[in-house]
Design a protein around this ligand. Structure first.
Ligand code: 8IG
Length: 265
């Protein structure tokens, strides 16, 4: 039977063949609201469909493209940019969720930049505010690791990379990201619980990917784009259109943040 690690190796080999790039350096996963920022990373690129590589399935969410972009950055790095992700709530299993991460590791990437759109608990974070993830709480009751594999998650989100991000934008706040399974948004009571547990951000991705990236030995940066105040923090109902709009409105800032950050990594 093919292990997830072998499948990722096969995907990395297919990636190298289809892009003509033997080794990638920095991987980025662009979450909800981040897609409009992709172009700022560089115009010199090859784009492939995720489904061209072994182990990937098609994108399932509006505003998520099922594409992978291999960008030659101005600073001479080979960037591997996932323009969508597989979410836990799709029910394809945790191995499918972290397959891009393992593929990036097998492709040579030593840095993983995980971005997402999320709800914010801090009322001062208006929609469109980026927040650095300093730690997480994984409420999926799941792990990408199977067996007696006791990976240390102390300093999961690199302090060095967070400092670099703050050099680019000194106004960046930090927060603890809480992953719920979704796809429904939280109840106000669940958001309150997340806050009592020490959370600042609520979302449906990232933590399982970060664990897989750490297992693979990558240095990890997590950036959340607060696209909405979490349920009950404001009296407004939540909807996906608002998420996409916040992304469009924040695109220039997010593009600038990522493109100024990459050369420093
Ligand atoms: I964008 O408020 C986005 N994703 N769980 N809660 C959760 N996920 C989200 C939210 C939110 N906003």
């Amino acid at each position: 039977m093919t292990t997830p690690y072998e499948l990722a190796k096969e995907a990395a080999a297919a990636l190298a063949e289809k892009t003509g790039v033997e080794k990638h350096d920095v991987a980025l996963v662009l979450g909800s609201g981040w897609l409009p920022a992709a172009d700022a990373l560089g115009a010199d690129y090859t784009e492939i469909d995720t489904t061209d590589l072994p182990g990937f399935s098609a994108a399932a969410v509006a505003g998520h493209s099922g594409k992978i972009r291999s960008i030659r950055s101005a600073s001479g790095r080979n960037l591997l940019v996932f323009l969508s992700r597989t979410h836990f709530y799709e029910g394809k299993g945790v191995a499918a969720v972290v397959h891009p991460i393992r593929t990036a590791a097998a492709a040579g990437c030593s840095t993983m930049v995980l971005t997402n759109g999320c709800g914010g608990l801090n009322p001062s974070w208006s929609p469109g505010t980026p927040v650095l993830i300093k730690d997480h709480i994984n409420l999926t009751a799941s792990s990408p690791l199977v067996g007696a594999n006791f990976v240390d998650l102390t300093d999961l989100y690199s302090a060095r990379l967070r400092d670099l991000a703050k050099q680019v934008d000194s106004s960046l706040d930090e927060g603890v990201y809480v992953q719920f399974t979704g796809p429904h948004y939280e109840t106000p009571a669940e958001v309150k619980m997340a806050g009592i547990l020490g959370g600042d951000l609520v979302g449906m991705s990232t933590t399982l990917e970060a664990i897989a990236a750490r297992e693979a030995g990558m240095e990890i940066l997590g950036i959340s784009l607060v696209t909405n105040l979490a349920a009950g923090i404001s009296d407004q109902p939540l909807n996906h259109a608002e998420v996409l709009e916040a992304g469009r409105n924040a695109a220039t800032r997010m593009g600038g943040l990522l493109s100024n950050l990459v050369p420093k990594i």
